[in-house]
Design a protein around this ligand. Structure first.
Ligand SMILES: Nc1ncnc2c1ncn2[C@@H]1O[C@H](COP(=O)(O)OP(=O)(O)OP(=O)(O)O)[C@@H](O)[C@H]1O
Ligand SMILES: [Mg+2]
Length: 365
């Protein structure tokens, strides 16, 4: 088992102008499952490869249980990896591919047999054990690669997009299986994904990266309920949070083609100048007709742009000035296109962020 720590780690690839990873620092307590989440190119794989020792760090320190490992080769770090390019041995059958890390460690045959069949049935690939990987689908091959990583008992598991080639059904099973193995072994796990559902369902803690830096490192609950930045607010949640750019003038909030009163309780948070106000679609109430009377929170008026039924819920898109706001409402409610509706969000469900244009997020490094 291992506690993993990165201290101000940066990575610049040879000949690249920009840093791929910019002075990131975070700590993974022993035995936690951390998911690194972020858009394509944000530095997830680079971070994982530096943890594995497959890439050197340009500056900063990586520590396992308090000891720097920058100079420790991958084989001596006691890690198990599954990367997107599976690296299966095509001339061996699936059983032997999965058994390989155990054979390297001279594990007794009976134990290999039970470990391999156990993990294969957990990942739904028991039927393929006697076949060679070449003829199997991308999803199955990926599960073989994952099984080979999970069959060991290392200090740290590093998994890069372990489910990217697997269909939705298989994905759910794999999430369960990875979590089970995590609970059973108590090993530290780092999993890279760009799928927020993977992250919310599996992680003890989520590291959200963007453009080589860290946006937030927190529990799934906190990431969802209290996003630290507008980027996180817009990245996590389906549909994502509504984010309105507003500027305060006196007691009024002016947006693009709309105006609202300052919600009670937000007087101090809303400073003069441009800011972002964000709120979740399912925490937005929608009622037909223009707003009547005073309300405590944010009140907006708009026109129904589209109504999309999704089984037990309905997503209503409302045009508010030049911005479209999404509302998640109950399935039995219906609204006429272009009819006037009011939206109400309680003050405690509103999030205020500095407008990135003025906040200097990009200047942090
Ligand atoms: N071997 C390399 N040489 C030069 N630049 C690289 C190399 N590998 C990655 N990069 C660059 O470093 C940045 C981070 O890439 P990285 O692969 O870590 O992103 P990622 O978050 O894993 O993206 P994805 O979700 O697409 O896998 C990108 O700008 C990428 O183009
Ligand atoms: Mg990647």
């Amino acid at each position: 088992m291992s506690r993993v720590e990165l201290r101000s780690v940066s990575k610049r690839y040879p000949k690249a102008d920009d840093l791929a990873v910019k002075q990131i620092s975070f700590e993974i307590p022993d035995g936690e499952l951390v998911v690194i989440l972020g858009p394509s190119g944000c530095g997830k794989t680079t971070t994982l490869r530096m943890l594995a020792g497959l890439e050197g760090v340009t500056s900063g320190e990586i520590l396992f249980d308090g000891k720097p490992v920058q100079d420790t080769p991958p084989a001596a770090r006691n890690i198990a990896m599954a990367f997107e390019n599976y690296g299966l041995y095509e001339q061996w059958d699936v059983f032997d591919n999965i058994a390989y890390p155990l054979r390297l460690r001279s594990v007794p045959d009976a134990q290999i047999e039970s470990s391999v069949t156990g993990i294969a049935s957990g990942l739904g690939i028991a039927d393929y054990l006697g076949q060679r990987p070449g003829a199997l689908s991308g999803g199955v091959r990926q599960r073989i690669g994952l099984a080979r990583a999970l069959v060991r008992d290392p200090s740290v598991f590093l998994l890069d997009e372990p489910m990217s080639h697997v269909d939705a059904d298989g994905r759910n099973d794999m999430r369960l299986e990875i979590r089970r193995i995590h609970e059973r072994t108590g090993a530290t796990m780092v999993i890279v994904t760009h799928d927020q559902e993977d992250a919310l369902m599996m992680a003890d803690r989520i590291l959200i990266m963007n453009e080589g830096g860290i946006e937030q490192y927190d529990t799934p609950r906190q990431i969802y309920d209290a996003p630290a930045t507008a980027f996180v607010a817009g990245f996590v949640g389906e549909p994502p949070m509504n984010i309105l750019s507003v500027s305060r003038s006196g007691d009024s909030l002016d947006g693009a083609g709309f105006a609202a009163s300052i919600p009670y309780g937000l007087d101090a948070a809303l400073v003069p100048g441009r800011q972002l106000v964000a709120f979740r679609p399912h925490l937005t109430r929608i009622v037909s007709g223009p707003a009547a009377g005073a309300a405590g929170g944010l009140v907006l008026t708009g026109q129904v742009y589209m109504v999309e039924p999704f089984g037990e819920r309905t997503i209503v898109t409302v045009q508010v000035g030049q911005t479209r706001v999404k509302v998640e409402s109950r399935a039995q409610e219906s609204y006429d296109l272009d009819s006037v509706v009011s939206l109400l969000v309680r003050t405690e469900d509103l999030h205020v962020f500095a407008d990135p244009a003025g906040s200097g997020r990009g200047e942090r490094f």
